[in-house]
Design a protein around this ligand. Structure first.
Ligand code: AMP
Length: 425
């Protein structure tokens, strides 16, 4: 076989049918609970000024130090393909003055994200997320609402193996004391140079180190839950009890941290065990009460999540669920001869306009080839027109399952087909 001259760049791949329809259906399912709950759709550019991410996501994070696709434009601007959606959405909300209207502002978005990662199953350089952000309220009810809406999305896809893990990172009231205690503990460990540097810059990030020897050394590290202020604790307890009220079981993990620096208080991750330990998060998010100020805005306490569509599809495959999303048609038209093709072209256009999923054989195929195409299309009905039919102004409507066939006046094809499709096969 000839090798193609071009391949998708390393760490990226294509979605071709039927997985193409499946990834679209996954995104739709993630968006549906949000639209249902009154969230408005927002779309931002796929690239932003590099400084937005450096400041917003955090200078010492892996994303900013190792994973960004950054470049200088021909005009000399420093830009980066977005590695995540929260900083851009907040930038857009501030720029468009959404925060000056009624609060909270509830937004959702869907798109492509780019990270220069080491490619492996579930970890790609181009991936897609559906995200949600609630801007401008400290109310723990919205933290809980977002978690419930995400779990509803996973459930609507038929997934049973997704669970949610929650933690609180505390606010500025609690974090400094915890940070100091953690730093003191970590300085007592025998760490490599890179990790030791991280202890000084951003000790919380060390908790996220996946190496088993580091995880073992962290067994006795202080946990944030012992350092939460009364207000932080009551916020966290409220989130947890609202989840219980909504019938969403959760697991506490006092060591949960995430790869972005902007989180405060509530932090959560949606986990699926079926897609490999290092990539088990199918989604995640948290509260980021200080991010707006970090990027030059007013105080705007907010919370949000992003769900990974690619990994969610992998999780569905791991559970053996059928691929979501419908493709194919219900009616397939088979013309025999040029004149019949012209007539059927109009009939098919009419069927489609009336909402019937219909396709047609092209290229002047003979009956056998065209009927094969009809079978492949998944259609229930074939509409066949031969020369005799043309002369009589009829079409033959054939049930592709039973093989039974019936002549129908051309003018009645739409009505006949609609009625047949409405009754169970
Ligand atoms: P994050 O923005 O890191 O919180 O990621 C949110 C979700 O996006 C994760 O839980 C994953 O499902 C997905 N995700 C993040 N990075 C990647 C990647 N490199 N490849 C595929 N999915 C990803």
């Amino acid at each position: 076989m000839n090798q193609p001259a071009f391949r998708a760049p390393k760490g990226t791949f294509d979605f071709v049918p039927p997985r193409g329809e499946a990834i679209l259906a996954v995104r739709d399912a993630m968006a549906e609970p949000l639209r249902h709950a009154g969230y408005g759709y927002i779309e931002t550019p796929s690239f932003e000024e590099t400084a937005l991410f450096a400041r917003g996501v955090g200078e010492s994070t892996d994303i900013v130090t190792k994973e960004m696709y950054s470049f200088t434009t021909r005009g000399g601007d420093e830009v980066t393909l977005r590695p995540e959606g929260t900083a851009p959405v907040l930038r857009a909300a501030l720029e468009n003055g959404l925060h000056r209207g009624a609060l909270p502002v509830k937004l959702w978005y869907s798109g492509s994200y780019y990270r220069y990662e080491r490619p492996q199953k579930g970890r790609y350089r181009h991936f897609s997320q559906v995200g949600a952000e609630v801007l401008g309220t400290e109310d723990p009810a919205v933290d809980a609402e977002l978690i419930v809406l995400a779990m509803d999305a996973y459930r609507s896809l038929g997934l049973t193996g997704v669970h949610v893990v929650v933690n609180s990172l505390g606010s500025e009231e609690s974090r400094p004391a915890y940070r100091a205690a953690l730093q003191e503990y970590l300085r007592g460990l025998d760490l490599d140079e890179d990790t030791a540097r991280r202890v000084e810059i951003n000790p919380l990030r060390v908790l996220d180190d996946k190496r088993p020897e580091i995880q073992a050394a962290l067994a006795d590290a202080p946990v944030i839950s012992d350092f939460l202020s009364a207000a932080d604790r009551s916020h966290h307890d409220m989130v947890r009890s609202l989840l219980t009220d909504a019938g969403v079981p959760y697991r506490d993990d006092p060591r949960l941290v995430r790869g972005l620096d902007y989180y405060t208080r509530t932090l959560f991750e949606f986990v699926h065990e079926g897609i490999g330990a290092a990539q088990s998060a199918v989604g995640g998010g948290g509260r980021y009460d200080g991010l707006s100020e970090l990027i030059g805005g007013p105080r705007l306490p907010s919370v949000g999540w992003a769900l990974g569509a690619d990994r969610t599809l992998l999780a569905m495959e791991a559970e053996g669920l059928p691929l979501p999303g419908r493709s194919g048609v219900d009616v397939f038209a088979v013309p025999l001869g040029e004149e019949a093709a012209r007539t059927l072209f109009g009939v098919v256009a009419e069927l489609r306009r009336a909402g019937v999923r219909a396709d047609m054989s092209v290229g002047g195929r003979g009956l056998k080839g065209a009927m094969k195409a009809a079978d492949r299309s998944g259609a229930r009905l074939a509409v066949v027109i031969g020369e005799r039919d043309l002369a009589e102004n009829v079409a033959q409507v054939k049930d592709l399952e039973s093989g039974e066939q019936q002549g129908v006046a051309l003018a009645d094809v739409l009505g006949h087909v609609t009625k047949r499709l409405a009754s169970p096969a």
